[in-house]
Design a protein around this ligand. Structure first.
Ligand code: NI
Length: 196
């Protein structure tokens, strides 16, 4: 497996709804370690697998953003329930670097998932971690934070979003980004390995 790289918006894998994982092997554990490294390198607090072109249902997080401080968390097959309250706060995303906007999220929620060693996680969370979890689970469903903005909030950043789209178009024309068909084949191969 080649080393992982962040794929920027509007790469099609960011729009893929990831399937649940049924097996974890050493290669996947190594890729999860690499996801943490990429998250720290780009100063993120969460990273969903499809952001590094791994369209399977897991994300990593560290609310401190600091490798030394922790805690490092891996959420496999996360399911959110019992969302309560609403809160507005600024979010950014490693798939759209440089863009920030206020996003409305639930204040608290219940998360059910599995950690890397197969331990079940079932807990209520609130605050910043609840926001990270909602942002990352959205990724696994092919949803980006810019999809959740009102027109009023989106308008001032629409030029920045368009820049990502134009740059993607030109990189696709140059052949740097594989065709939709080739990407679909990559997805199927990965799903065959970890999801079926
Ligand atoms: Ni993101």
């Amino acid at each position: 497996m080649a080393s992982l790289k962040l794929i920027p918006y509007p790469h099609p894998t960011l729009r893929h709804r990831s399937k649940p994982i049924v097996r974890v092997d050493q290669e996947l554990k190594d890729m999860i370690d690499e996801m943490f490294e990429i998250m720290y390198e780009f100063r993120g607090v969460g990273l969903a697998a499809n952001q590094v072109n791994l369209p399977i249902r897991l994300f990593v997080a560290n609310p401190s953003g600091d490798k030394e401080e922790g805690p490092e968390m891996v959420f496999i097959n996360p399911v959110i329930s019992k969302g309560k309250g609403t809160a507005d706060a600024e979010e950014g995303c490693l798939s759209l670097p440089g863009i920030n906007a206020q996003v409305k999220r639930n204040k608290s929620l219940n998360i059910n998932a599995y950690s890397m060693d197969g331990t079940e996680i079932n807990t209520e969370v609130d605050g910043f971690l609840a926001r990270i979890i909602q942002h990352e689970v959205d990724h696994l469903d092919g949803v980006l934070f810019i999809d959740r903005l009102s027109d009023e909030i989106r308008r001032p950043i629409s030029d920045q979003i368009a820049k990502f789209e134009n740059s993607f178009e030109s990189r696709r024309k140059s052949g740097e980004i594989p065709s939709d068909e080739a990407l679909r084949d990559q997805i199927l191969e990965l799903e065959k390995k970890y999801c079926l």
